[in-house]
Design a protein around this ligand. Structure first.
Ligand code: TYM
Length: 357
């Protein structure tokens, strides 16, 4: 029996190189050897309140990108998360036994909720300062309010449901999803313990035996991801001029001052991009130039830009071609959803039975 693989990407816009090297590349590499379910996480995207038209368009965009990057609909079940309402049922079951404390400690939640806590703290301090009775609870202020929804808090539960609904063995994801996978295993184990069964396995994050990948962004900080300006990420749909412009603007420093000095984070990040996008020789020659303090960042960026353009262009063209064929996209999604629903409805049926319905 082939091992089962599940993963998904949120339809929040175009895919960037972080999505590609962290996840999608492995989706494609796994499709021959494993029984794969790859979906578009459209339920998850509701935490950012997309307009229905954008949501539809973005789902299509990811679907086309999956296929353009080499996913074979004959081998893989490709579908949207919302094609499997069974997922929502499993999510609800898991939520009955997921603890508030563990959800609130999740790093991605803490990052997203920080603004909310800061605001709440500020309001509480103001209330305390203004009130003669510090114990008095004032009504929440609605102006400029940042909300944290239950959906955002229970994001890891929904992810666990996505994965466990097909009883996955492996989940190809980038480094930022590691903690979510750990939570999935916790929830699976807890379900088994509560009901005295050995039903769910322990799905593992997967990158062919290597550590999970984190592709850095162009602004020198953290990981590649969508930013306000869009300049932190290279998208698979970016045209040549845009790629050149973004890379030439990438953050650097004033250059090495000592032979063989350690690279500061911004420079190490740029070199990591060179590593994944350029040839080994290119990497080596810039690394040597850095170590003997003769490096010119402008040359490095020019080379990185040209190699990135070569890498992205075929994907961009293919995505455009596939996007134009609505009927084909619809057909792929319908077939994928049908296969995925078979497995999902079996799991939910068995879970209902275990629970005692
Ligand atoms: P999302 O949509 O943020 O990202 C999709 C995939 O891309 C990877 N990724 C990166 N990898 C390396 N470097 C980066 N800079 C980078 N940016 C993104 C992510 O690790 C991810 O693998 N919660 C998930 C979607 C999801 C899911 C699931 C994934 C929902 N249910 C079930 C796996 C299994 C998310 O928001 O990914």
């Amino acid at each position: 029996m082939k091992k089962i693989v599940v993963s998904g990407i949120r339809p929040t816009g175009n895919l960037h190189l972080g999505n590609y090297f962290g996840a999608l590349r492995n989706f494609i590499r796994m499709q021959d050897e494993y029984n794969c379910y790859f979906f578009i996480a459209d339920y998850h995207s509701l935490t950012t309140h997309p307009h229905p038209d954008h949501l539809r368009q973005n789902v299509k965009q990811i679907l086309a990108s999956y296929i353009a990057c080499g996913m074979d609909p004959e081998k893989v079940a490709i579908y949207a998360q919302s094609d499997l309402p069974e997922t929502a049922e499993l999510y609800m079951f898991f939520n009955m036994n997921v603890y508030l404390g563990e959800l609130m400690r999740c790093t991605s939640f803490k990052e997203k909720a920080k603004q909310y806590w800061d605001q709440l703290k500020q309001e509480l301090m103001e209330d305390m300062a203004a009130s003669d009775n510090p114990g008095e609870l004032k009504p929440e202020k609605e102006s400029n309010k940042v909300h944290v929804s239950a959906g955002l808090l229970t994001y890891p539960t929904l992810m666990a449901a996505d994965i466990l609904i097909h009883k996955a063995d492996f989940v190809p994801v980038g480094k930022d999803q590691e903690q979510h996978l750990e939570m999935t295993r916790t929830f699976a184990h807890r379900f088994n313990r509560i009901y005295g069964v050995d039903y769910f396995g322990q799905p593992q994050a997967f990158n062919f035996g290597s550590n999970l990948v984190k592709i850095p962004g162009l602004d020198g900080s953290g990981k590649m991801g969508k930013s306000e300006s869009g300049n932190n990420a290279i998208f698979l749909t970016d045209d040549d001029a845009t790629i050149r412009k973004k890379i030439m603007r990438a953050t650097t420093d004033s250059g090495p001052v000592e032979m063989n000095q350690q690279k500061p984070e911004v420079i190490a990040n740029l070199f990591q991009l060179v590593k994944v996008l350029c040839s080994e020789d290119t990497y080596k020659s810039f690394d040597e130039a850095y170590n003997n303090c003769t490096i010119r960042y402008g040359d490095l960026k020019k080379q990185l830009a040209e190699d990135t353009i070569k890498f992205v262009a075929p994907f961009r063209e293919r995505i455009q071609e596939i996007l134009a064929d609505d009927a084909y996209l619809e057909k792929v999604r319908r077939a994928g959803a049908e296969k995925a629903r078979e497995s999902a409805s079996k799991t939910v049926r068995e879970v209902r039975n275990i629970i005692g319905f």
